[in-house]
Design a protein around this ligand. Structure first.
Ligand SMILES: Cc1cc2nc3c(=O)[nH]c(=O)nc-3n(C[C@H](O)[C@H](O)[C@H](O)COP(=O)(O)OP(=O)(O)OC[C@H]3O[C@@H](n4cnc5c(N)ncnc54)[C@H](O)[C@@H]3O)c2cc1C
Length: 340
């Protein structure tokens, strides 16, 4: 466990924001985590703590005056299997993309639609990552997390995590109270493919795939994502900046009268989810550059750093976008990114 002081976080967040952390500690095992937590109150006087994975869902608007704890615990273990399912435990510092590739190679199904999402295993339950009709909650069996106050290791069964759309108990009641140490995934040996999205069907067709398989689906999704989303190594970003807002069916009908092209997906008899990208684009933001940051020209949900943006520039742009959407549609869009 190495402690560094006053270091730049530029390479530790995909927006590429150059802020500093007072203290930066990398944790590579459960033992190191427990030693740190045992001494946290005494040695560090309860300084603010930020648990960091790959930094792909964080916008730093100022220096972090506290301790950044970078979780780097590695390992993948098969803990159980039967004819139908395989139960795999992955530790928090494993990179999500590599884990997906590993499972796809073995033909274990369930996460192929989540290919190429940046970030680490330990963060995937926090916002219940999702894409192309699949959410990680669909395959999380249980997870282990350490209580920051007591150092106690607790097992959370799937139901205890209160998963929702880009949401979990770790963003709400238990925010900043637990460090996720490992996640157990229940993957399918006899897959049921989730290819209801037209984009996937079209991509598979373009690839001449007649009978879908896990590898082909993951490849198709990789290709779609590479076309639509900016590479964080070339253009700093954190993926979708905003969540898709939910509105009542009655309000959706009103919106449809005023804005016939508005895009909404029926969630239930009483609710619709609106495509935030449509709302932002309709306010004229797509492709707009404001100084060193801007709205991506291929995906209006993504705010990008052209190189030297400050976190505050990006946050200011995001709040302007939010205001304009509210003024035009009377709809509140909330950030998906953690703004610090
Ligand atoms: C180009 C791009 C595309 C993206 N596409 C998608 C997408 O399709 N779907 C999607 O859902 N997301 C997407 N994202 C967002 C991002 O990939 C996910 O939110 C991812 O899970 C973040 O992982 P991370 O390790 O980088 O988390 P970080 O940014 O490091 O942390 C995110 C949050 O989790 C907390 N955290 C991190 N590790 C732990 C831990 N071990 N225990 C407890 N709390 C922890 C942090 O404190 C923070 O609050 C995208 C991002 C980018 C840059």
């Amino acid at each position: 466990m190495e402690l560094k002081k006053n270091i730049s976080l530029k390479e530790f967040n995909t927006f590429g924001i150059d802020v500093k952390a007072d203290i930066f500690i990398e944790i590579s095992s459960l033992d190191e985590m427990l030693v740190f937590l045992a001494n946290y109150k005494k040695d560090f006087y309860n300084l603010p703590l930020l648990i960091l994975g790959g930094g792909s869902n964080i916008l730093f608007t100022k220096n972090f005056e506290g301790i950044v704890l970078k979780i780097n615990t590695k390992g993948i273990d098969i803990i159980n299997e039967d004819n139908e399912y395989i139960f795999i435990k992955a530790y928090s510092g494993e990179v999500w993309e590599s884990f997906v590739d590993y499972c796809v190679d073995k033909a274990w199904a369930g996460i192929e639609n989540l290919a190429l999402i940046p970030g680490n295993i330990g963060s995937c339950p926090v916002q219940n990552i999702g894409a192309y009709g699949v959410e990680v909650k669909d395959v999380i069996y249980e997870l282990e997390a350490v209580n920051i106050n007591s150092g106690e290791l607790k097992v959370f069964q799937n139901k205890m995590c209160n998963f929702g759309y880009r949401n979990s108990i770790f963003k709400n009641e238990l925010k900043n109270q637990y460090i996720i140490h490992s996640v157990v995934f229940k993957l399918n040996k006899k897959p049921v493919f989730n290819i209801k999205y037209d984009a996937i069907k079209d991509e598979l067709k373009a690839m001449d795939v007649i009978t879908p398989n896990i590898k082909a689906i993951s490849k198709a999704i990789g290709a779609i994502r590479r076309r639509k989303l900016p590479d964080t190594h070339l253009l700093g970003n954190a993926g979708s900046f905003f969540k898709n807002p939910t509105v009542s069916s009655a309000f959706f009908e009103e919106l449809k009268v005023k804005h016939p092209n508005i895009i909404g997906y029926k969630l239930s008899e009483s609710e619709y989810k609106l495509a935030a990208a449509y709302l932002i684009e309709a306010c004229g933001w797509k492709g707009i550059r404001v100084g060193e940051c801007g709205v991506h020209d291929k995906q209006a949900l993504v705010i990008v750093n052209y190189g030297n943006a400050k976190g505050k520039d990006i946050a200011d742009l995001a709040w302007k976008i939010k205001d304009s959407v509210y003024k035009k549609f009377n709809v509140n869009i909330e950030p998906e990114v953690n703004v610090l």
